[in-house]
Design a protein around this ligand. Structure first.
Ligand SMILES: Cc1cc2nc3c(=O)[nH]c(=O)nc-3n(C[C@H](O)[C@H](O)[C@H](O)COP(=O)(O)OP(=O)(O)OC[C@H]3O[C@@H](n4cnc5c(N)ncnc54)[C@H](O)[C@@H]3O)c2cc1C
Length: 490
């Protein structure tokens, strides 16, 4: 290939979104990826646990990809990516053979939540109905007013803000009578890996819970998350771009000369590579970026479905295993204090709930991860197994094989997960807004032609490609004078 005009360091969803955007603007684009496989947090791999079984080693469930304005324009369906929709978006098993069930249907969910159905509807219903406005508020660049939000979306933005203030503070129990609905909402908020309640967790809960009742709900791509990566790479290559794997950028000298360079990395890697080439003040601000607590991954191979005590839990694409609101508060407080919870907060997904191609020879993968303190090197397989067994007696009997990646080893397959922080930066309210620094231009690095575009930038973690798209749009304007963002349509 001739010299690239744009170099992207890292091939996660944001890096590839940036690369596609630049390639579609007619520029020569090269993506440099440290790992032997492309896709960062969106890879589906054979881990050698059982013949033909593939596992999502990071992301598995994609409400954000469905809701993302980037992927909407990119049009995954037209590219053959099937987002399969479980009719239960997420579920929360509870002690005593009970469970909170978030059906894709809001009405059915409200009905199932009984005395707290009205509370669920008032918190989530409006946000779900106006999900495009909710997404504009929650997944914008946190610096500008998203196009289309004014004037119609002001009411939705206000409702979102009020709900975050309520569910992010000790007022969070006020509107509930029973313990099922609050647990159901808290399981979603706990994705942020923070103490509970917190404003960041509440924002996460309200965005994701509202998407659970909108459109595709919480979909799972047929064949696994790697389908998203494959579609992005195919488009990049069709527009003349390339991805070079096994190319780790550690020093400035590793960077091929290019007019624009986008880093799909954490600020830590950016500072490591650019060092004194960054303005000292901005460098210090990037060095102040905080990394959060962590996840330890356990991938299972099962001989049959998880025998959940409540049958409808088995219809969910995602199960939050953490028990009651009080139990999750305790588990996350333990992690925040640097300890392992006896019953950790966990996420569990069996993709074969909607995707029968994932079952091979009667075996199926089960994707799980548990929250642990940053840098933990503990193998959590037994804690995860025991916690699932609590709500699915007989689970141990269907386990055929398993593999744990402790938090301390997550960075070996993706160095963006510092100490196992899968959010690429602590999800505090401040860092969800002022990510990676409070600079007015969040993708700016202080050095001409160099941008940061990863989950460490707004709108933060998730497979939505938006950080990459927003950063690339700026890079096209500032680096090449291209003011009209290219079409992403197939
Ligand atoms: C266990 C786990 C479960 C998750 N579950 C979900 C989920 O279900 N749904 C969801 O939406 N999100 C989920 N996420 C989060 C999601 O995967 C990430 O937020 C998303 O992938 C971030 O995209 P990114 O492009 O910013 O970075 P990443 O996807 O992390 O990609 C960064 C890439 O840059 C490469 N890289 C880093 N440094 C260098 C270097 N120096 N040189 C060259 N290459 C480099 C890395 O190898 C990697 O390929 C999960 C993450 C994990 C780890």
């Amino acid at each position: 290939m001739t010299r690239a005009e744009v170099v992207v360091v890292g091939s996660g969803p944001n890096g590839l979104a940036a690369a596609v955007t630049c390639a579609r603007a007619g520029l020569r684009v090269q993506v440099l990826e440290a790992q032997p496989t492309i896709g960062g947090g969106a890879r589906t791999l054979d881990l050698g646990l059982a013949d033909g079984i593939v596992h999502d080693i990071c992301s598995a469930v994609h409400p954000m990809a469905w809701a993302s304005p980037f992927f909407a324009q990119f049009d995954l369906a037209a590219r053959g990516v099937e987002l399969l929709m479980p009719d239960v978006s997420f579920a929360q098993p509870l002690p005593g053979g009970r469970a909170g069930i978030a059906y894709r249907s809001l009405e059915r969910t409200v009905e199932g939540l009984g005395v707290d159905g009205g509370a669920w509807h008032s918190l989530v219903g409006r946000l779900s109905e106006h999900h495009e406005q909710t997404v504009a508020v929650a997944l914008g660049d946190k610096r500008s007013i998203p196009a289309g939000l004014l004037p119609r979306g002001v009411g939705t933005a206000a409702a979102f803000g009020a709900a975050v203030l309520e569910q992010g503070t000790r007022a969070w129990d006020r509107r509930f009578v029973d313990d099922v609905a609050p647990a159901l909402l808290t399981g979603v908020g706990a994705h942020s890996i923070s103490t509970l309640p917190s404003l960041a967790a509440a924002g996460t809960a309200l965005l994701l819970a509202s998407l659970g009742h909108a459109g595709a709900g919480w979909p799972i791509p047929r064949g696994g998350s790697g389908a998203l990566t494959a579609a992005l790479v195919a488009d990049l290559e069709a527009h003349g771009g390339e991805v070079i794997t096994g190319y780790r950028v550690t020093t400035f000298e590793d960077l091929p000369p290019a007019h624009v360079t986008l880093f799909d990395t954490t600020p830590r890697t950016l500072v490591g590579v650019l060092g004194d080439r960054l303005p000292p003040r901005h460098r210090r601000r990037l060095e102040d970026f905080r990394y959060g607590n962590a996840a330890a991954k356990v991938d299972f191979v099962l001989s049959g479905p998880v025998p959940w005590a409540v049958p409808d839990v088995g219809r969910a694409g995602t199960v939050h295993v953490g028990g009651t609101r009080a139990e999750m508060v305790h588990a996350e407080a333990e992690v925040a204090a640097g300890r392992h919870a006896e019953r950790p907060m966990m996420l569990v997904s069996d993709p074969s709930v909607v995707d029968d191609t994932r079952v091979v020879g009667g075996l199926r993968p089960l994707w799980t991860y548990a929250h642990v303190p940053a840098g933990s090197d503990v193998d959590v397989t037994e804690a995860v197994t025991a916690h699932i067994e609590r709500f699915a007696p007989g689970f141990r009997d269907v386990v055929v094989a398993s593999r744990c990646v402790p938090a301390a080893h997550m960075s070996e397959h993706n160095e963006n997960y510092v100490g196992g922080d899968i959010s690429a930066g602590a999800a505090t309210m401040w860092q969800m807004i002022a990510r990676p620094t409070s600079a007015w231009e969040p993708y700016w690095t202080g050095r001409d032609g160099v941008y940061l575009c990863s989950a460490s930038t707004p709108p933060g973690p998730g497979v939505h490609g938006l950080g990459g798209w927003y950063a690339a749009t700026r890079a096209l304007r500032e680096g090449f004078g291209i003011t009209q963002a290219p079409s992403l349509a197939p």
